[in-house]
Design a protein around this ligand. Structure first.
Ligand code: NAD
Length: 301
């Protein structure tokens, strides 16, 4: 089995890396956060002191980082330091699962190709629960040949693998999907708050919506109201999950793309504004469902 280096062991990366271990891939891991490295070492991975050590001898590199600048920094280098592409041997396969701008994905993939390195963008949907259960959806941009090589790893971490098109196409799909999610979370939040203000029990209201035409992924799997869904971030103080700042980033990517192609995204734009307000009021590190606090400030502390 291919030797794999995994970089970025956060809310998503850690459970994804554990699934690669379970599938039998020899794994070398690195994160700037030492606790995250130790968690994976305890699970059977080889921890690395730095990213250069992590990729030594690896045939495949998987990354799961927050945003474009982290991915560009890792592969292309920054602050005078050369990036991983200068280090990896030709023939290495790079799978970047982070959600970043399509342009950034294309830029890094083009630099990789110039060094004989195959790279796909493979952002995911399914949240931390999907990452833990290996049921993620992968949206892949890149060549057929690179996707074929990546298939066994993606299958160990997810359930649905879609080839969206050439380099960057996975990111385009992901940004469209997350624009819906961001808008949906706000729509559900304001509806639940409206019901609560009129005296409805939100648990009862949520049960009704789940069996009615307002049902969606948020009401079914990610209810933003504390106590309604035992396993949702709302029921553990909005910790874990998908950070509000990451949703703000994704909505920013949606608006940027829309400007470029002259598309109208009025709801995506408004959702970005609301997440920016939420972030500026100090809530960016909380799970993105905490946005319900805009409508019921006292409920979310
Ligand atoms: P996170 O902030 O929990 O994890 C990111 C990790 O990257 C952190 O552990 C950080 O220390 C590490 N890191 C940053 N720069 C690094 C570097 N140069 N070298 C090594 N490690 C570095 O974020 P997350 O929630 O795991 O999300 C990761 C990506 O996945 C984001 O692009 C996000 O938009 C996307 N995503 C997240 C979810 C979710 O539910 N959390 C779902 C789908 C997609």
């Amino acid at each position: 089995m291919s030797r794999v280096a995994f970089v970025g062991l956060g809310h998503m990366g850690a459970p994804m890396a554990k699934n690669l271990l379970r599938a039998g891939f020899p794994l070398q891991v690195f994160d700037l956060n030492l606790d995250a490295v130790n968690e994976l070492t305890a699970a059977g991975a080889r921890g690395a002191a730095d990213v250069r050590q992590a990729v030594q001898g690896a045939e495949v590199v998987v990354s799961m980082l927050p945003a474009s600048r982290h991915v560009e920094g890792l592969y292309l280098g920054d602050e005078g330091e050369s990036g991983l592409l200068a280090l990896l041997p030709a023939g290495t396969l790079v799978i970047d699962c982070s959600t970043i701008s399509p342009h950034s994905a294309q830029k890094v993939a083009a630099a990789a190709a110039a060094s004989g390195i195959d790279m796909i963008d493979a952002p995911v949907s399914g949240g931390t629960a999907g990452a833990a259960a290996a049921t993620l959806t992968f949206m892949v941009g890149g060549s057929n040949a690179a996707l074929d090589r990546a298939q066994p790893l993606l299958a160990a971490m997810g359930k649905n693998i879609f080839h969206a098109g050439g380099s960057g196409a996975g990111q385009v799909a992901k940004v469209c999907n997350n624009m819906i999610l961001g808008v949906q979370m706000i729509a559900v939040s304001e509806a639940l708050a409206l019901g609560a203000r009129q005296g409805l029990d939100v648990q009862v209201l949520s049960g009704i919506i789940d069996q009615s035409s307002g049902a969606n992924w948020v009401t079914e799997r990610y209810n933003p109201w504390p106590g309604v869904m035992e396993n949702a971030p709302a029921s553990r103080g909005y910790t874990g999950g998908f950070g509000a700042d990451l949703m703000l980033k994704d909505l920013g990517l949606a608006v940027e793309s829309a400007i470029e192609v002259k598309a109208a995204v009025p709801l995506g734009g408004l959702a970005r504004e609301l997440y920016a307000q939420w972030s500026q009021s100090g809530h960016g590190a909380l799970d993105f469902s905490s946005i319900v606090g805009l409508f019921v400030p006292r409920e979310t502390g």
